[in-house]
Design a protein around this ligand. Structure first.
Ligand SMILES: Cc1cc2nc3c(=O)[nH]c(=O)nc-3n(C[C@H](O)[C@H](O)[C@H](O)COP(=O)(O)OP(=O)(O)OC[C@H]3O[C@@H](n4cnc5c(N)ncnc54)[C@H](O)[C@@H]3O)c2cc1C
Length: 280
C-alpha cells in the first residue's frame, strides 16, 4: 500500500526537531518501523521531521564511567563498536540479531526504543544494561531510568513533543558478564522471546544481576524472581535451574498469538533465561 500524503522536513538540531513537533507530525529516524506503519495506514502523520542527519545525535562515545549512544546510531554501528564489545558484549550481540543487513544499516536504537514494539530486541538489552534515556523537549532535557521507560504496548515515558537524544550505559567492571539470546520469528527475526542478562561475579558468586525479557508481554520487563533467586548465589547449572523452576514471568501477562501460545511462550521464556545465564 502507499502511505497517505505527508510533508517532509529535515531538522538540523535536536532543538529544531522539538520545535517542529506537533500532534500532526512524527519524527523520522531510520524509517524501518514508521514507514511500514504508514504504508499500512496504521500511522498517518501529516508531517515527517527527519532527524537522521543531525550529527550530534549519532555515534558512540566513551564518557569515563559510562558509554553514550546517540539516538540515531544504527544497529550496524552498535554491532561494529569495539568500545561496546569491550565493556558490554551483549550490546553487539543484540544489534547483530536484529533483522537483516538492510534493517541494521538504517534502523536506529532511538527509533526502536521510541517505537517500543513488544517484540523488539533493544528493550531487553537496555533493561539488563541499566541504561538511562536522555530526552529533550520544549521545557528542556530530562533523564529517564530505563526501568520506567517502557510503560505498555507500544508505549513509553516519552511525551508527544519530546525526542530521545541518547542512551547512557554504565561501563561494567572486569568481573561483569553479559549475554543476549533469542527465539526469533523466522522471517523478520523479531523476538518471539528474547532474554538479556548482565551479571557481576565475585569469586563465582553473583553480586549484581539484571535479567530482562522481551517478546513475552506487552512490554519488556525484568525477571525479578530470577534476579532475587540468584543474588548472592554461585552461578552454575543447579542455581540457574532452581531460579527458573517456578517460571520467570511472575506478575506479567504473557502474550498469546499465532507464533506462540501463552503456555509455549512461558516455557520459552524459561529456556531463554537459562540460555542467556549459561552463555555468561
Ligand atoms: C524487515 C524488518 C525486520 C526487523 N527486524 C527486527 C528485529 O529482529 N528486532 C528488532 O528489534 N527490530 C526489528 N525491526 C525494527 C527495526 O529495528 C527498526 O529500525 C526500529 O524498530 C525503528 O528504528 P527506526 O530508526 O527505523 O525508527 P523509525 O521507523 O524512523 O521511527 C519509529 C518510531 O519512533 C519515533 N522515533 C524515531 N526516533 C526517535 C527519537 N530519537 N525520539 C523520539 N521518537 C523517535 C518515530 O516518530 C516513530 O514513531 C525490523 C524492521 C523491519 C522492517
Amino acid at each position: 500500500m502507499i502511505a497517505n500524503a505527508f510533508t517532509y522536513k529535515r531538522a538540523n538540531s535536536a532543538d529544531e526537531a522539538v520545535s517542529m513537533l506537533n500532534d500532526q507530525s512524527k519524527i523520522l529516524a531510520g524509517g524501518h518501523s514508521l514507514i511500514p506503519a504508514m504504508k499500512l495506514r496504521l500511522n498517518n502523520p501529516e508531517n515527517l521531521i527527519d532527524i537522521s542527519q543531525i550529527t550530534s545525535l549519532r555515534g558512540i562515545t566513551d564518557n569515563e564511567g559510562s558509554i553514550s549512544i546517540g539516538a540515531t546510531t544504527t544497529h550496524a554501528e552498535i554491532a561494529a563498536s569495539d568500545l561496546l564489545k569491550q565493556h558490554i558484549p551483549m550490546m553487539g550481540q543484540t544489534a547483530l540479531s536484529i533483522g537483516d543487513i538492510q534493517v541494521r544499516n538504517k534502523g536506529t536504537i532511538g527509533g526502536s526504543m521510541a517505537h517500543a514494539d513488544p517484540a523488539a530486541d533493544w528493550p531487553a538489552a537496555l533493561l539488563a544494561a541499566d541504561a538511562k534515556v536522555n530526552i529533550t523537549g520544549p521545557s528542556g532535557s530530562r533523564i529517564v531510568d530505563i526501568d520506567h521507560f517502557f510503560t505498555g504496548f507500544f508505549e513509553t515515558a516519552l511525551a508527544e513533543n519530546e525526542i530521545i537524544t541518547s542512551i547512557s550505559i554504565p561501563k561494567t567492571a572486569s568481573n561483569a558478564h553479559s549475554a543476549y539470546t533469542k527465539f526469533k520469528q523466522p522471517a523478520s527475526r523479531f523476538a518471539i522471546v528474547g532474554c538479556a542478562a548482565a551479571v557481576d561475579l565475585d569469586g563465582g558468586i553473583v553480586r549484581n544481576i539484571r535479567v530482562a525479557l522481551t517478546g513475552v508481554s506487552e512490554n519488556a520487563f525484568r525477571a525479578t524472581s530470577v534476579e532475587n533467586a540468584l543474588s548472592g548465589q554461585p552461578l552454575n547449572s543447579e542455581s540457574i535451574a532452581s531460579a527458573i523452576a517456578n517460571g520467570v514471568t511472575q506478575g506479567n501477562a504473557v502474550l498469546s498469538d499465532h507464533y506462540a501460545s501463552e503456555e509455549y511462550r512461558s516455557h520459552l521464556a524459561k529456556v531463554y533465561v537459562k540460555k542467556a545465564l549459561t552463555a555468561i
